[in-house]
Design a protein around this ligand. Structure first.
Ligand code: NAD
Ligand code: UDP
Ligand code: UDP
Length: 320
């Protein structure tokens, strides 16, 4: 399908656009008739996630690391570049912090020069191992500054600081979203996050690895719901900066997740227990009142339905 760029179409930069969430965002933006410049260094992103997007005349792909300056002429920026899975962001922790911090400076510098809005993919990890439950945006968090997760958590916290300082000091239009655990097609099979791990293990008939006792909780949002929330935020009023939580408040233990994956795949896999990683948050659930009230945003895809779609994706991938 080739889209004609209409008069109201925008040229939109998506950093991290070849990654899991970024590839879905690029596709939605193209479907709406926009031009998309996808920028990615392919650390965790993959060409296969975006190859079908070349069917759109308005799609461009640039291999570039956001820790270096980028001079482009665009109308909006979505800054998603950053490995998101603990396995990947701990592989080169110094590069992870640089990506969040220097990447934010470069994207904010670009937005400042062009006087355009810039969206930041922040994370529920800014709340760390939270003492407030569910997490509201005014909670400051409980984060270890020197642990193995800190490169990601503190990098993202510092990026938020930069976004708000560019807003206050330079009047840059910022849109900060705190994303809670999201899953769906295009996740990397070796991503290391729990949904992809459990599904790949179940489909291969391998043991399902629960870390710790499996009673820790997470709230899982299907990627289509999340991307709809991103676009509502970008289209929202200039004076609404966030930070705003986006996620699905349905809270599940890792044990419940493992059981659902086994049931939906019909797998004979056994559950095995592995040590809990250091600083692994015990509980996580978003309070999404802000997103509901401002944008009427609500996740629509129940975990079971989202898991079925994700299982179908990985099933196809493993058969290739
Ligand atoms: P992902 O790893 O699939 O995607 C990240 C993308 O960024 C990859 O394509 C990677 O190659 C690219 N990238 C990494 N470092 C880069 C650099 N220096 N320069 C250019 N590109 C770089 O992860 P994802 O799940 O799609 O996450 C996207 C964004 O959303 C990240 O910023 C992440 O922190 C945030 N987020 C995701 C979740 C989630 O549950 N998936 C939760 C909270 C926040
Ligand atoms: N920058 C960029 N593209 C631009 C403008 C700026 O990548 O179009 C980067 C550049 O590396 C710069 C950073 O953004 O250092 C921050 O820009 P800012 O204008 O805040 O600061 P300065 O130019 O004074 O360093
Ligand atoms: N987890 C697990 N088995 C796995 C991978 C992860 O039990 O194979 C656990 C992990 O310890 C954490 C939860 O699942 O408690 C979510 O982990 P993930 O890495 O997906 O996300 P995050 O910890 O960043 O929320």
């Amino acid at each position: 399908m080739t889209t004609k760029i209409s008069g109201s179409a925008k040229r939109i930069l998506v950093t991290g656009g070849a990654g899991f969430i970024g590839s879905h965002l690029c596709e939605r933006l193209l479907e709406q008739g926009n031009e998309v410049l996808c920028v990615d260094n392919f650390f965790t992103g993959r060409r296969r996630n975006v190859v079908k997007l070349f069917d759109y005349a308005g799609f461009e792909l640039l291999r570039h690391d956001v820790t270096f300056p980028l001079y482009a002429e665009v109308d909006e920026i979505y800054n998603l570049a950053c490995p998101a899975s603990p396995v990947h962001y701990q592989f080169d922790p110094v590069q992870t912090t640089k990506t969040s911090v220097v990447g934010a400076i470069n994207m904010l510098g670009l937005a400042k020069r062009l006087k355009i809005p810039v969206f930041q993919a922040s994370t529920s990890e800014v709340y760390g191992d939270p003492h407030v439950h569910p997490q509201t945006e005014d909670y400051w968090g409980n984060v270890n500054p020197i642990g193995p997760r800190s490169c990601y958590d503190e990098g993202k916290r510092c990026a938020e600081t930069l976004f708000f300082d560019y807003y206050r000091q330079h009047g840059v239009k910022i849109k900060v979203i705190r994303i809670f655990n999201t899953y769906g097609p295009n996740m990397h099979p070796a991503d290391g996050r729990v949904v992809s791990n459990f599904i790949v293990q179940a489909l291969k008939g391998e043991d399902i690895t629960i870390y710790g006792d499996g009673l820790q909780t997470r709230s899982f949002c299907y990627v289509d719901d999340l991307v709809r929330g991103f676009m509502a935020m970008m289209a929202g009023p200039d004076d609404f900066t966030g930070p705003m939580n986006l996620g699905n408040p349905g809270e599940f233990t890792m044990m419940q997740l493992a059981e659902q994956v086994i049931e939906l795949t019909g797998s004979k896999s056994q559950i095995v227990y592995r040590p809990l990683p250091q600083d692994d948050p015990r509980q996580r659930q978003p309070n999404i009142d802000q997103a509901r009230e401002r944008f009427g945003w609500e996740p629509e895809v129940p975990l079971r339905e989202g898991l079925k779609k994700t299982i179908a994706y990985f099933d196809g991938l493993l058969k290739e």
